[in-house]
Design a protein around this ligand. Structure first.
Ligand code: PMP
Length: 392
């Protein structure tokens, strides 16, 4: 009976073109093999190519022995699951960011659904960019705090909201991402932080998920690049993308860290990630500052791809390694993705409601292990396919 209801819902999703299915995939360098087809993986968040790097894994594993690591933390950190490596990673992060403290979570999703409900209640207004990630939206909803959205990357609109709402709440928290995952564009963090000089009960929460590892001299993200780390109250990021590991983190004051340990439900009520994963994270964090050549290579292949797409007359909001090919209609995105897959490039169409109506696209996400030659052949195929589509 229940299954019949679920099946009907699934059929509805399928006929609306929104059905999701899992595709077993094998990975090899920057390639992915799906259904026997080997393709350049343009859908991965392994931005620096670290997760795919067998040499790095070998080097790391050479330092392991059954005595010096565990495969499970076996409890929440609030109980007996707080291993020395946990605090070590947090001290490392705090030192790299030049801040008092850091706290690590099991994933970026835990981070965003946990921090906001811990720090915001009915006396807080959350003001979020229209395009923030689903995990932030879920965190805002769970907090029960009143909230409003400002137009994407529109600081004038944000300021208008603040001047209208200022004085009505104990605190206002501005929530943004530094690099947006669908458009690849950046937030104007400097201007957003300057609003704190005008409105004294405002704090700023930045999710650097797509910039951590990729931007900044030592890879801390966009706030490092813009030199405004000290102005951001809650700097968050994830280890599962450019760092090639797993987890989420916040860099903050020592008081906020203590507050979260006491109030953040996904932190209190979930088993900490295995010590082995923390050791890998720590090992990679040590090496992150020296990975500048990877960051430079990624920036340069991304610029080549973006420039080519602009020369084909496509709208290009991105100035990063996340490069959208905006096709407008969903059917165009679906057929272009299919043809690119046939030619050896793994891309997926992104359609409403993930992106606004009329802005369906392919989301090309580049990684530092892609050679200029592979990018050139992608550009060539994109050009051919788009010309073909125009003639049809
Ligand atoms: N924040 C943003 C902006 C994201 O794009 C994502 C995942 N794509 C997350 C958080 C969640 O991170 P994780 O995958 O570590 O749960």
């Amino acid at each position: 009976m229940t299954d019949r209801y679920f099946q009907e819902e699934l059929d509805r999703l399928e006929s609306a073109g929104n059905y999701r299915r899992l595709m077993p995939a094998e990975h090899s360098g920057c390639d992915v093999v799906i259904g026997g087809r080997r393709m350049l993986d343009l859908s991965s968040n392994d931005y620096l190519g670290l997760a795919a790097d067998i040499g790095l894994r070998k080097e790391f594993m050479a330092g392991l022995s059954p005595e010096n690591f565990q495969m499970s933390s076996s409890s929440s950190r609030s109980l007996s699951g707080d291993f020395p490596v946990h605090e070590q990673v947090e001290r490392q992060l705090a030192a790299m960011f030049g801040r008092e403290a850091a706290l690590v979570f099991n994933s970026g999703y835990h981070m965003n659904i946990g921090i906001l409900p811990a720090i915001a209640g009915k006396d807080t207004l959350i003001v979020a960019d229209k395009l923030v990630h689903a995990s932030l939206i879920d965190g805002i909803r769970l907090s029960g705090a009143p909230f409003c959205r400002f137009r994407h990357n529109n600081t004038e609109h944000l300021e208008a909201v603040l001047s209208r709402e200022y004085g009505k709440y104990r605190q206002i928290i501005i929530v943004v991402e530094s690099v947006y995952s669908m458009d690849g564009d950046r937030a104007d963090l400097e201007r957003i932080c300057r609003l704190k000089d005008i409105y004294d009960n405002v704090s700023v929460y930045v999710d650097e998920a797509h910039a951590f590892g990729v931007m900044g001299e030592i890879g801390l993200g966009l706030a490092e690049e813009l030199n405004c780390l000290a102005d951001i109250d809650y700097i968050c990021g994830t280890f599962g993308k450019a760092l090639g590991s797993v987890g989420g983190f916040i860099v903050c004051s020592a008081t906020v860290r203590k507050y979260l340990i006491n109030r953040m439900r996904p932190f209190i009520f979930s088993t900490a990630l295995p010590p082995l994963n923390w050791m890998w994270t720590s090992w990679l964090l040590d090496r992150l500052p020296a990975m500048k050549p990877l960051r430079s290579h990624l920036a340069s292949v991304s610029a080549v791809l973006r420039d080519a797409l602009v020369s084909y007359g496509l709208e290009m909001p991105s100035d990063t390694h996340i490069v959208p090919v905006i096709t407008g209609e969903s059917s165009r995105a679906v057929s272009l993705a299919g043809r690119l897959q046939d030619k050896g490039f793994f891309v997926l169409p992104v359609r409403p409601p993930t992106v606004p109506e009329g802005s369906s696209r392919l989301r090309l996400s580049l990684t530092a292990n892609m050679s200029p030659d592979r990018i050139e052949s992608l550009i060539k195929v994109l050009e051919d396919e788009m010309q073909l589509a125009d003639k049809k």
